[in-house]
Design a protein around this ligand. Structure first.
Ligand code: ADP
Length: 486
């Protein structure tokens, strides 16, 4: 029993662990997906901020050179001397130096129909320029691949400002100061774009490290919560429950022991009463007096009581795991005779006819004779008990069609059982239909014992019944005994 309790506790703990594990795995997966999407958003916003800073810096350079054109091109004597250090020239040169000096960063200026071939836009830059031209926002960016590396590409529109017009404005086709032909651009037109490429590997690696450490932290936290939960469960729930269970089992065991002892103490005097009535009957064989009827009554009631006491002892033994099957070769004729020796006088007293048919060809069974006797005695006793005067109880024993089982059938023409009670009648102390036709004495242990013993013999028990017409109980047990381990 203790073993069973331990197994139940282990099964419960296993179920709990499985449930908590499923919850943790689902939560961890959701956390991983959520964190990953957050991490990639975080990488993008970091590099976007960096790109914007670079863009602001480059545009500050550009503006500074533009503002300083006077200081650059006028000599100290006031003469104009164009030095060729104008905004786009300086911006591009600084961008080129920055590109050369930095590790895989690229800053460059592009435009459609550029004055120099190096400013020709690539596919991303062309898309950005188109985007700016149709009046989209002044920024365009994406995470992409560039020369086999993961990068963040950013482009910012360069609008035509007032001081750009001297080189790029009207009249179109006329050379500007630098010698290039003016493009005839207007104020606010998109002159081109600054294009920035930022390698993201280091950001991705850093965010991967952050991701891994936060997942590890989550897992540790989940494991700690699960451990605390299990410990708390064990300490505050299972342990007290187990203790209460043990206490209940002890009490139940004490009750069973008490019942078994009491029943045993009752059995001895009852057996002596039956033995004495037998002796009396034999020594007064010729008499047919009122005294004889009284003695007969004593004998039958004692037999009924003895059967109840025996059932009580057997159930107590069953529950204590002390009822083991002793198998040997059994002749069913002997079993039926033993049952009829007890049941026939009872049938006569109740005014119920009791018949038997045992297949003469029936082979011996390898089974427990005493268990088979108890099964049949309980079924026949019930048949007699629940059949009114004038009815009949028929016992038949034969081999099953496949020859593997012995089939015992006890049919009566009694009060019958409602189909919704078919299950309940086999439960301990359940007497669902017992009071329907007036109180009928009983303990509610008979069919429970029939079912338990049949199962111990490796067999099955079934019932068919119709209220008011009678019942048929059929017990099938294997000829070659219970399977090992029963
Ligand atoms: P008991 O007969 O002591 O009440 P059992 O376990 O033998 O206990 O039977 C359980 C219940 O099943 C009975 O109370 C009765 O309602 C029903 N029952 C059993 N056998 C029969 C039968 N042959 N005919 C009608 N009802 C029966």
């Amino acid at each position: 029993m203790q073993q069973g309790r331990k197994q139940t506790t282990r099964r419960l703990s296993l179920k709990l662990v499985a449930l908590v594990t499923v919850v943790v795995v689902v939560a961890a997966s959701a956390y991983v997906v959520w964190t990953q999407s957050r991490q990639s958003d975080a990488v993008e916003s970091k590099v976007l901020a960096e790109a914007r800073t670079l863009n602001t810096e480059m545009s500050a350079v550009w503006d500074y050179i533009d503002d300083s054109q006077g200081a650059i091109n006028y000599n100290s004597d006031g003469s104009y001397d164009f030095k060729g250090i104008y905004c786009s020239m300086a911006g591009k040169a600084i961008a080129q130096r920055f590109t050369n000096a930095s590790n895989n960063y690229v800053v460059r200026y592009v435009r459609e129909s550029p004055r120099t071939a190096t400013d020709e836009p690539d596919r991303f830059e062309q898309t950005a320029l188109n985007h700016f031209t149709v009046g989209g926002s002044s920024e365009y960016y994406e995470m992409t691949e560039y020369e086999g590396r993961s990068v963040f590409r950013y482009a910012s529109a360069l609008p035509v400002k007032r001081n750009c017009l001297s080189c790029h404005g009207e009249p179109a086709g006329v050379p500007d100061e630098t010698g290039f032909l003016r493009e005839g651009m207007k104020l606010g037109d998109v002159a081109g774009a600054v294009s920035i490429i930022i390698p993201v590997e280091s950001y991705v690696q850093e965010s991967q490290r952050e991701f891994e450490s936060s997942v590890a932290f989550f897992c540790l936290l989940a494991a700690a919560i699960v451990a605390v939960l299990l410990l708390a469960m064990r300490r505050w729930v299972s342990a007290p429950l187990e203790q209460a269970n043990r206490q209940l089992e002890n009490e139940s065991q004490q009750k069973s022991d008490f019942l078994a002892t009491m029943s045993h103490e009752l059995r001895t005097p009852l057996s002596s009463i039956i033995a004495f009535t037998d002796i009396w009957e034999k020594s007064h064989a010729a008499e047919d007096s009122d005294e004889r009827k009284l003695v007969e009554e004593i004998k039958q009631n004692s037999s009924v009581l003895l059967n109840m006491v025996n059932n009580t002892i057997d159930v107590a033994k069953l529950e204590a795991g002390r009822l083991s099957m002793q198998c040997s070769d059994v002749d069913m004729v002997d079993v039926v005779e033993a049952v009829f020796a007890v049941a026939e006088p009872l049938a006569i007293k109740e005014g119920v006819s009791l018949d038997r048919t045992v297949d003469p060809e029936m082979p011996f069974l390898h089974s427990d004779a005493e268990a088979l006797r108890k099964i049949m005695l309980n079924l026949v006793s019930n048949g007699l008990k629940y059949t009114p005067e004038g009815g009949s109880v028929q016992v038949s024993v034969r081999a099953s069609a496949d020859g593997r089982q012995a089939v015992m059938r006890v049919a009566d023409t009694g009060c019958g059982i409602r189909p919704d009670n078919f299950e309940a009648i086999f439960k301990k102390f359940d007497r669902p239909g017992a009071g329907e036709d007036g109180p009928i004495s009983g303990s509610g242990l008979g069919l429970f014992l029939v079912k338990s013993l049949t199962e111990k013999l490796g067999g099955t028990v079934g019932v068919e019944s119709e209220v008011g017409r009678g019942s048929v109980f059929t017990v099938c047990v294997p000829f070659d005994g219970p399977a090992t381990g029963e």
